[in-house]
Design a protein around this ligand. Sequence first.
Ligand code: ARG
Length: 460
Amino acid sequence: MKLWAGRFKKDTDFLMDDFNASISFDSRMYRQDILGSAAHVRMLGECGIIPRADARLIRETLFEILEDIEQGKVEFDVSAEDIHMNIESILIDRIGQVGKMLHTGRSRNDQVALDFRMYLRDEIKAIKALLLDLENVLIKLSENNLNTIMPGYTHLQRAQPITFAHHLMAYFQMFRRDIERLDDCYKRVNIMPLGSGALASTTYPIDRMMVAEELGFDGITENSLDGVSDRDFAIEFASCLSIIMVHLSRFSEEIILWSTAEFGFIELDDAYSTGSSIMPQKKNPDAAELVRGKSGRVFGSLMTLLTVMKGLPLAYNKDMQEDKEALFDALDTVKICLAVFSRMLDTMKINKYNMQSAARGGFTNATDLADYLVRQGVPFRDSHEIVGKMVAFCIDKGIALEDMTLEEMRSFSGHISGDVYDAISLESCVSGRMVPGGPAPESVLASIKNGKAFLDKQME
Ligand code: ARG
C-alpha cells in the first residue's frame, strides 16, 4: 500500500504510477536522502518529539540501508514513487512501527528540497575540481608556449601577432570566472530548507539549526513557503553550467579550426580523434565537436528549469519534479565534457612553426608599422593611411611588409629608416605589448603567476 493511501478508495492506474514516479532518476540522491533523514530523526529524538531510543534505532537502520544500497543489495520499487518513499518503506519493512515515526514534522516537499541541495553541493565541488584540472593544463601549456607566436584574429581575419600562451590564458580567465561563479552559487545552494514542512512549517518544537549543523549547511531558509518552492539555486547552477559550456564550445570551435590542414596549428592525439568509415585518410576532431554539440543540451536544461518554474503559484507543485532530470543531465554532460576536454588539450601536438608562419602572413605587423611612423612624428590617422597604401603595394607584389626594400618603403614615407625592420619583426610586435593584460611574454608570465596563486588558493 502507498504511504499516502489513507483517503483513497481505489488504486492508482498503472499508467499513472509510471507517470508519477521519479525513482528512475531521483534514486541517485539516496545518500543525501538517508543522511538528511538521519539528521532529522536525531533532532526529533534530542528535542523529545519522539523517544530517543526509537530515534537511535531509526538512525542506525537508515545507515544499514545506506550500506546495503551501496553494496547493490537494495532494489527500488516504482510503486513507492520516489527515493524518499522508497527509503521510508524499506525502513518500515525493517523495523515496523518505529520506522513510521521518521516522517514526523516533515514533508516530502522540504525533504526533496533538502536532498536536491545536498546533491548539488557535491556536484558543484566535483565540477569545480574538473575546472581546476583544466586550469592546470592551461597553465602548463601556456608556460611552454610563452614565445610561440601565432596570429591573433578579429572577424577570423588575421589581425595582430600574439602568443599561443596569451590565447590559452584568455580561456584560463573564462574558466576562472566559472569557478568563481560556482563558488557564489554554492553559497545559495548551501542553505537548509528542512523544517519548512509541506509549506507552513510545523507545530512540533523542532531545532532546524541542529539539523543544518549536522548536515554542514551554512544557514537555514527564512520563509517556509520559499523553502519548499524555491528552485533559484538550481536555475543558477544550470546557468553556471551553461556558461561553462559556452566557453568549452568556443574553445572547441577553435580546436576544430586549428586542426584543419588549412590552419595546421595543432594535431589532436589519436586517442581523442576518430576516423571515417569510408574515407581512409580522415582523422576527425570528434571530441571537440561533441563538446560543441553537447552545449545545446545544457542550454536546453536551463531553459527547461526556467520554463518549469515561471508560472508556478506558491508553494510546492508537482511540476517541480521536472527539475531533476534536466539538471542531472546538464551536470553529467558538463562533467564528461570537462574531463575529455582537459585530456584532449593535454595530449594535442602544437605546431609552433605553422602558427608562426601564419602570423607572418596576413600583415599582422601593419599596426606596428603605423605605430613606428607615429614615433617618428606622423599623426596616427596619416600613418594608418600610409601603411594601408603599403599593404596594397605588397598585396600586388605578393610580399610581406618586411620584404619591402628600404627604398620602396621610403617612397611611401620619408620618415622610415633602417630601424624599421626590427620594429616590425613579429618578436618586437609581441614583446612591445607589455602592458598588463598584453601578449608580451613578461605580461603573460605575470598573468600565469596570478593564475597559479588563484589555483593554490583553491587547493587550500
Ligand atoms: N518526487 C517529488 C519531487 O521530485 C518529491 C516531492 C513530492 N511531493 C509531493 N507533495 N507530491 O518533487
